[in-house]
Design a protein around this ligand. Structure first.
Ligand SMILES: Cc1cc2nc3c(=O)[nH]c(=O)nc-3n(C[C@H](O)[C@H](O)[C@H](O)COP(=O)(O)OP(=O)(O)OC[C@H]3O[C@@H](n4cnc5c(N)ncnc54)[C@H](O)[C@@H]3O)c2cc1C
Length: 414
């Protein structure tokens, strides 16, 4: 049994754990990070790689609510549900439905907009320390629609972004052609989000964050955590071959976090929205920015030496094997758009950690004051890594940001 002590222990080395680790280490804190796999190699590696600074609209909206039954039970739709997981998912779906009412969706959007407005600035110091600025492409992102009727169907979302100060530019066919000449002509309307940035390789960013953390004296431990205990003087994390005592623990275990909150007495309705990617090697980029054909629910992001088609939502469980049909849907749709692509080089599943109101949980455990939760970032974990690290650091150094923290509080579900 390996025994370690540290001022701060971070459970989970996805983008959230890594950003928090690097930021706290930069503030001179003694930080130990534990992961059972290579840090950053899970959900944080295979995503669409978009710093989606514009996406303040939660997943649950009045229009999604209206089409939910059709969407969920059509296996070809971008949002699907595994029927065998339905009984377990019902309480989450009930909360999701309530969170989709207009007033609640708007409330989530206001909080997301606040987090997003600071997201790039909060990343800056981490990117500089990790020598990772070169992985960013500040070319914006584009949503593509077949026609004006499809564009109009998303007008509530567009209006909400507008009210909350997100920059978006409406595009006609000619604009789209000049921005993305390689994108098929059957899409006649679009929205450009000029402030979005995409990554040429999310896993490379994760590796650089981990390396910078180690180089600055942070410690990374490999271990599978099974228990968290609140003690008189702090926290104890226990795994198969490890035991770590710390003054403060940060639970950043992504979609696996709820079980550890439950051990501390906090019930948080975290489920996973599974998503997939398929990659195709490209000799030269076929796009210059990330483009989402909205009807398919995935992004096409030009990455180093490849095109990554990543997204869609499958409500299911952490344990079920990947659904080959979902991967095939993404592959077929991408080939329809780009018929000259060669064989796919990678097929991947990832587990978005998702709360029904599309807001993460960032805050102290109501029952275990030395434990800070930082999980549930859903579709925006990569985007909000830097901002989450900033908030967590403030919590630890004792500063408060009342309004932000109230909306993100783990107590909001009780
Ligand atoms: C298809 C897809 C596309 C996406 N596109 C985007 C995008 O374009 N932009 C964006 O911002 N977000 C995107 N996301 C969402 C984003 O990837 C996630 O929100 C983010 O990666 C979550 O990070 P995390 O650190 O919370 O969790 P994770 O990356 O899952 O990290 C959790 C870590 O905890 C470790 N762990 C779990 N249990 C244990 C245990 N018991 N003991 C030890 N270690 C453990 C895991 O090994 C893992 O490394 C996408 C997600 C998917 C699936």
């Amino acid at each position: 049994m390996l025994r370690e002590e540290s001022q701060i222990v971070i459970a989970g080395g996805g983008v959230i754990g890594l950003c928090a680790a690097l930021r706290l280490r930069s503030e001179g804190r003694d930080v130990l990070l534990i992961d059972r796999n290579e840090p950053g190699s899970g959900t944080s590696s295979g995503n669409a790689g978009v710093l989606a600074t514009y996406e303040c609209v939660p997943l649950g909206t009045p229009s999604v609510l209206k089409s939910l039954p059709r969407l969920l039970f059509d296996p070809n739709s971008p949002l699907s549900i595994s029927l065998s997981a339905l009984p377990k998912l019902t309480p989450w779906l009930a909360r999701f439905a309530r969170a989709s009412f207009e007033s609640r969706a708007r409330r989530s959007a206001i909080t997301l907009a606040k987090l997003l407005s600071n997201s790039l600035q909060a990343y800056e110091p981490l990117l500089a320390r990790a020598d990772a600025r070169s992985l960013l492409r500040p070319n914006g992102a584009m949503h593509a629609f077949r026609n004006s009727a499809d564009l109009d169907a998303a007008s509530w979302e567009r209006q909400l972004r507008h009210e909350l100060g997100m920059r978006q530019v409406l595009l006609d066919r000619r604009d789209m052609e000049s921005l993305e000449p390689g994108f098929p002509g059957e899409y006649n309307r679009g929205i450009l989000f000029p402030d979005a940035v995409h990554l040429t390789d999310p896993f490379d960013l994760m590796r650089r964050l981990a390396r910078a953390f180690s180089e600055q004296g942070g410690k990374i431990l490999s271990g599978d955590i099974t228990k968290v205990q609140h003690t008189k003087h702090g926290v104890r994390l226990i795994g198969n071959e490890i035991e770590v005592r710390a003054g403060t623990a940060i639970i950043a275990l992504g979609a696996w976090s709820a079980e550890f909150a439950r051990q501390l007495g906090d019930r948080i309705p975290l489920e996973t929205e599974r998503g997939y990617h398929v990659e195709f090697p490209t000799e030269s980029p076929v796009l210059s920015r990330s483009v989402c054909p909205v009807e398919y629910g995935f992004y096409l992001t030009p990455m180093a030496g490849r095109l990554r088609a990543a997204g869609t939502v499958e409500l299911s469980s952490l344990r079920r094997p990947p659904n080959a049909r979902r991967l095939q849907l993404i592959e077929n749709a991408t080939r329809r758009l780009f018929p000259n692509l060669g064989p796919a080089q990678s097929r991947w599943i990832g587990f978005r950690p998702s709360l029904p109101d599309s807001l993460p949980v960032i805050g102290r455990s109501p029952r275990a004051h030395n434990v800070i939760y930082a999980f549930g970032h859903g579709h925006l974990g990569v985007t909000l890594g830097g901002e989450t690290a900033r908030i967590v650091t403030k919590l630890i150094v004792g500063e408060r940001e009342a309004t932000e923290l109230h909306a993100l509080s783990p107590a909001r579900f009780s």
